[in-house]
Write a protein that binds this ligand. Structure first.
Ligand code: C2E
Ligand code: MG
Ligand code: MG
Length: 603
């Protein structure tokens, strides 16, 4: 098939088929006008001639370039290599390509790709050197590397870079005998700030914290943001654990200062710090894990302070984690917790509990005996957990674990509902004086806004009269976030539910707090009851508490009464009611019914 031919001049057709050799003029134009720097070098690398682009790239006068060697324009670190590749005397063997830096007279740096090729043009010129400007590309690369290793919000090192620095520090310990320490910091209450003030305030807060950490450390330390509100510091060249603790002290002090952002009320955030000191045997992962374990310990026992890792913490942590996992599974087995669905792993929703479901959990009831009437006037509901392998687990163990991992909301709600259901049934089905049930409320439950509405619906659903319910709260729970707690307690009181302070005398509440909180009952901690027996000072403390209760018109219950002599003394001191093994251990619901049926308490 014939193609339609394009009209061409004869000359153009000739050019298309016969490539011409570039004329010396063309080559000269190329040499003069290209942006590539070109130099002709002699056997020793001395520049015989350089084009305009090269002098421009190097920022030099033509006269300074000709007769010099390229290495003269390089920083010392790069000079040797450039010399070796461009001079026969220094061993240059053939073509070579290398990245090299050149320093201009004004101090700026040119990053260049230098290609050197042998060129036997005449006796003088033995090499041609071509220099391409890579400065922008290198800057871009450096930017990408920075991005890959830094946190964009705070510009601190990120987790990858931090790990690398720790590994490097550990590796160099063979040469340097000083210790190093890794410090992990988790901000306290940061989630609150994010939730109440919004994310942009949260972000600014993180930036302020980053700056403060920087100024609390030395230049040779690495400060990193590992993600969220978690920061890390690598402290190097400290001589001992005390060096790391000094840094921790400065960090704690730096975080104690309130932060004001955009005219917000001064925000306060503390941090929990875990420190792991390198002992010469840990790997990077082990050192980081140890710091993590110490931080967890600090969150539990020393929020706002620091804890130095100790190997025993690891065993304790493993025990705690398995306990939490067992508790979670037990709640799932008992259908108090929905198993996570595949598509929403980690999201747990509470089931509407059905009391008919068989459960490892139970509520035991301990009678509380009124000293005036001698009758059981109320019972305290106490959670029980019988694990198939572990056996009975003490609430002193599983309640704190449930609080720690957030399961107390589910468990506490179940105990509350179960106790209210049982209390309502007793008051409906039997003759005799009405029974009040007292239920323990953990600080975590009290901190929840839904508590009051939940309580209201449980009362409604179970039919327990509100005045037949007393909630027990510890002094420490009240003191945490006292203002919000006060408002919540007042709403609970408005429902008609009573409030008791549990374990009174062991916490820190002051008289003024007691006056402000709408409490009805004070439960005297059993340590004071036990001191009635061992040494006489229990009586003094109890006398003081009773006087205080009298003043504030509160009812008093002494806990932990085990012996008749204690009972007699409490009666003599004027205590209103007692609870303790003297009248029996906490019992099952049907066992308590027998106590009710027996009428007056045994003593
Ligand atoms: P608590 O509220 O002070 O409960 C009284 C504890 O003292 C109970 O321990 C009870 O068995 C024990 N006790 C009673 N009489 C005597 C006695 O005469 N001598 C001695 N030595 N002890 C006596 P239990 O049942 O092991 O509960 C321990 C703690 O666990 C409770 O202390 C309470 O703080 C917590 N707890 C139990 N159930 C729940 C619950 O459902 N929710 C919450 N938040 N905490 C609970
Ligand atoms: Mg209690
Ligand atoms: Mg108590």
């Amino acid at each position: 098939m014939r193609r339609p031919s394009r009209p061409r001049t004869t000359k153009a057709a000739a050019r298309a088929v016969t490539p011409a050799e570039p004329s010396p003029d063309y080559l000269r134009a190329l040499y003069d006008r290209t942006t590539l720097g070109i130099a002709l070098l002699d056997h020793a690398g001395v520049i015989v001639h350089a084009n305009a682009a090269l002098t421009l790239l190097l920022g030099q006068e033509p006269a300074a370039v000709a007769g010099s060697v390229l290495a003269n324009f390089c920083p010392p670190e790069d000079a040797e290599l450039v010399r070796a590749r461009s001079s026969l005397a220094h061993g240059a063997q053939g073509a070579a390509t290398l990245d090299a830096r050149f320093v201009r007279p004004d101090g700026t740096i040119l990053w260049g790709l230098l290609s050197i090729s042998p060129a036997d043009v005449d006796d003088r010129v033995r090499f041609t050197a071509i220099l391409q400007d890579l400065t922008e590309r290198k800057a871009h690369e450096a930017h990408l590397v920075h991005q890959a290793y830094h946190d964009p919000l705070t510009s601190l090192a990120n987790r990858e870079l931090f790990r690398e620095r720790v590994s490097h520090a550990i590796a160099s310990r063979e040469r340097d005998p000083s210790t190093l320490a890794v410090m992990l910091l988790d901000l306290d209450h940061f989630k609150n700030i994010n939730d109440t003030q919004g994310h942009s305030v949260g972000d600014r807060m993180l930036q302020v914290v980053a700056r403060r950490l920087k100024s609390a450390t030395r230049g040779c330390d690495t400060v990193a943001r590992l993600g969220g509100d978690e920061f890390a510091i690598l402290v190097e060249h400290v001589d001992a654990r005390s060096g790391a603790e000094t840094v921790a002290e400065r960090v704690v002090a730096a975080l104690r200062e309130p932060v004001a952002i955009d005219g917000t009320r001064a925000l306060i955030t503390g941090g929990s710090i875990g420190i792991a000191v390198y002992t010469g045997i840990e790997t990077t992962d082990e050192l980081l894990r140890n710091a993590d374990v110490a931080m967890y310990e600090s969150k539990l026992h020393a929020p706002g302070r620091w804890v130095v890792f100790d190997p025993s913490m690891h065993t304790a942590l493993i025990e705690r984690v398995t306990l939490e996992a067992d508790l979670r599974q037990a709640l799932e087995r008992s259908q108090l917790l929905e198993r996570p669905r595949l598509e929403e792993t980690g999201v747990y929703r509470a089931y509407e509990p059905r009391p008919a479901v068989s459960t490892e959990f139970a509520v035991a009831y301990q009678p509380i005996v009124d000293l005036v009437t001698g009758q059981v006037s109320s019972v305290e509901a106490l959670a029980r957990w019988a694990h198939p392998q572990r056996g009975d687990v003490s609430p002193e163990v599983f309640i704190p674990a449930a609080e720690q991992c957030g399961l107390i909301a589910v468990l506490g709600r179940w105990v509350l509902r179960e106790a209210c259901r049982q209390g309502a049934a007793w008051n409906r089905d039997r003759a005799g004086p009405a029974i009040t049930v007292t239920v323990n409320l953990s600080a975590k439950q009290l901190a929840h806004d839904e508590l009051v509405s939940e309580l209201e619906s449980i009362l409604h659903e179970t039919g327990l009269e509100p005045r037949r319910l007393i909630l027990e709260i510890t002094e420490t729970a009240i003191m945490q976030n006292a203002e919000a707690t006060l408002a919540r307690l007042q709403r609970i009181k408005q429902l008609g539910v009573g409030l008791a302070i549990d374990d009174f005398g062991t916490g820190y509440s002051s008289l003024s707090y007691l006056q402000r909180f709408p409490v009805d009952v004070v439960k005297i901690d059993r340590v004071f009851t036990s001191r009635l027996r061992t040494n006489g000072d229990g009586a003094e403390v109890i006398r003081t508490i009773l006087a205080l209760a009298d003043l504030l018109d509160l009812r008093t219950i002494a806990e932990g009464v085990e012996e008749a002599s204690q009972l007699d003394e409490l009666r003599a001191l004027g205590c209103d009611a007692v609870q303790g093994f003297l009248y029996g251990q906490p019992l099952t619901a049907s066992e308590v019914e027998q106590v009710f049926a027996a009428g007056a308490a045994p003593r």
